[in-house]
Each structure stands twice: as structure tokens, then as C-alpha cells.
Design a protein around this ligand. Sequence first.
Ligand code: AMP
Length: 210
Amino acid sequence: MIILLMGPQGSGKGTQGELLSEKLGIPLIGAGQLLRDEIATGSEMGKQIHEIINVNGELVPPDMISKMIRMRLERDDAEMGALIDGYPRDAEQVRLMFEQFTPDMAIVLDLDDDTAVERLSTRRICPNGHVYNVVTNPPKQEGVCDEDGEQLIHREDDQEKQIRVRLGWHKERTEPVIATIAERGVRVERIDADGSIEEVTEQLLVLLKN
Ligand code: AMP
């Protein structure tokens, strides 16, 4: 079963994705995390990605991310399916996605811009993708990941100006993608993500039971 987790930056796709991944026993594939992992290898491609994401604050080319998602889905742990966070994000990506696979369902986490900015500017992540928030979901020890002891970082693109740009992409490019996916017959469910982590998880579990 392939489930797309959609919604603006800060709506909790990564956090909820981690929890659902454990419950459903399928991996969470984060498009942004795949890109950050490639940057961390120090490869030529990683350097290009760093320029695009962190220096220019842009989206990477659709064929690049589509290929990375396809290769990730081919790994053994995704045999039973996956949760995909942050893909597809524009019209070309949705076209490429349907050439490669048809998701079983898309879940959209809805959140207003101001709450998203507030959440993202206080977000901290570990290099392996575990997500914290210094206000609402702090780690046990300040600055250190509970899961793997890694040093937490404040992402370069989690600053207000860049966050607003990224939220703008969501409205202009990704919202139309959600409409396309629904038109293609995929079940699309929307959830109000303006609640605590537990409240949103609860809504998701009720949805998945049905
Ligand atoms: P995220 O972790 O989802 O916030 O993604 C971090 C950054 O990676 C985004 O701001 C984009 O620059 C890039 N990125 C993530 N997903 C995609 C995608 N599907 N297509 C193109 N660029 C992406």
C-alpha cells in the first residue's frame, strides 16, 4: 500500500509519518530527507542539491526527485508499500509519478501559514530525520536526538523568509497536484493538522481504520 502524505511544510507530515510507519510496518520515504541524505554523502550530485535547496531555496528538478523516489521504492523494505512525504510537489512530478506507480491513497494535512511558520522556526531535526520542536516536542536532552544520540540541527531553510517561500510553492504548485490526484480516482482525505501530535495521530488512525 502506497500512501502519500501531503500538506504544507510544518503540517506534521514527517512527525506523523514516523508514527504511522511504525504502526503500519512500512517505511517512511521523505523526499526532502532523500535529498539531505544525498547532500550528506558529499557527492557531486549532493553539492548541486545543496545549491538548489539551501542556497537558491528552490525545488530540485522533477526528473531528479522522481528517479530518487523510484529507486527508494525498489528497496526490499518497501516491498509491502511505503508512506511518501513531500512527493509529488508539482504538475510534472505528478505526471512522472503516475508513469511509475499509482498511490492507494493521499492524506492531506491542512494548516494555516502562520501556525506553519511558528512550528517550523522552532523545529529541530537530527541528521537521520527524527523531528523535534523546542516548544511542543522537545528531546529529553537539549540539542540531542532521543533515538540515536545525534546532534540536532536547525535546518538552513527553516528560517521565516524561506519558510514563507516554501509555503507559497505549496499553494501555487502542490494544491493543484492534490486536485489532479483526486481526478485520477485516488482516494484523497483531508485532516485538520492544527492540533497536538497525539490529536492528529488519533484522526489519522481513525481514518486508516475505515
Ligand atoms: P522538506 O524536507 O520536505 O521540507 O524538503 C526540503 C527541500 O527539499 C524543499 O524545500 C525542496 O527544496 C526540496 N524538495 C523536497 N521535496 C521535493 C520535491 N518533491 N521536488 C523538488 N524538490 C523537493
